[in-house]
Design a protein around this ligand. Structure first.
Ligand code: MG
Length: 259
């Protein structure tokens, strides 16, 4: 499997990314106190299916886990990522919820996430959301032809500047032919990863996960939900980008959300 995509494939990914972004925007627009995770999942699923796409996380298996049950991973407060979107759990004023979504369109997949406030949230939580978002964009700014994948993690670490925990056990990744592809993209100055040059045709998912406490994580009994070990809050933002001879292109525009 090639680490790069052709321009025809990137055209497909661009269409998929726009549909994915539309689905996520629809779910984000419905976030408010009292809404259930299950109803948000239904909204996103409908947009994807009407657009001719197929949710890529639903039914996804990794290792010996049970298949993932929903279109959107929804992770509330101390949940970092991979929270189940088929829960009847109602969001409460002051919560923060991460919505992570992927789809297949034209046999190629894209991946994106945002963490949003539910109603009025504390200043501390807003600050966590903002810096997680900003660190993602700092990572994107570090993507240069001829540079390396390690430049991305270094830029994210510098943007976080020790203010928050960086989850190190989970990483960004290549994406497109599969939901997760090489290379691994750590969100910090990691040791022990091979040096990978950034070349034209790469399609990458950049996804910092920060916590307001320690960076240690645990997996919940459902086999999927990743939570902070110390119960601190967590936020996650993600974007799929293509690197072409023309430079960096965001394939999954972030939803409009006021944070
Ligand atoms: Mg991802």
């Amino acid at each position: 499997m090639s680490l790069t995509k052709t321009s025809t494939e990137i055209d497909s990914l661009r269409r998929g990314g726009l549909l994915l972004s539309k689905a996520l925007q629809a779910a984000v627009d419905a976030v408010k106190p009292g809404v259930t995770l299950r109803s948000l999942d239904a909204i996103a699923t409908e947009v994807i299916e009407k657009g001719g796409g197929k949710p890529s996380f639903k039914g996804y298996k990794s290792g010996n886990e049970v298949p993932f049950p929903s279109t959107v991973c929804m992770s509330v407060n101390d949940e970092v990522v991979h929270g189940l979107g088929n829960r009847d759990l109602a969001l409460k004023e002051g919560d923060i919820v991460g919505l992570d979504i992927g789809l297949w369109l034209e046999d190629l997949c894209t991946d994106m996430a945002v963490t949003v406030p539910v109603g009025n949230v504390s200043r501390e939580r807003l600050a966590l959301l903002r810096l997680t978002r900003d660190s993602m964009y700092a990572g994107l700014d570090a993507i240069k032809l001829g540079g390396t994948i390690a430049d991305i993690g270094a830029a994210i670490e510098d943007a976080v500047d020790g203010k928050y925990g960086i989850v190190t056990a989970l990483v960004g990744h290549g994406v497109g032919h599969k939901v997760h592809e090489p290379p691994h993209i750590p969100n910090y100055r990691a040791k022990g990863f091979p040096t990978v040059k950034i070349v034209s045709g790469m399609v990458l998912a950049i996804e910092p996960m920060l916590t307001s406490g320690d960076s240690d994580i645990i997996t919940a009994k459902d086999g999927w939900t990743i939570k902070t070990k110390d119960g601190s809050d967590s936020a996650h933002f993600e974007v799929t980008v293509a690197i072409t001879d023309a430079g960096l292109e965001i394939l999954t525009p972030q939803p409009k959300v006021r944070i």
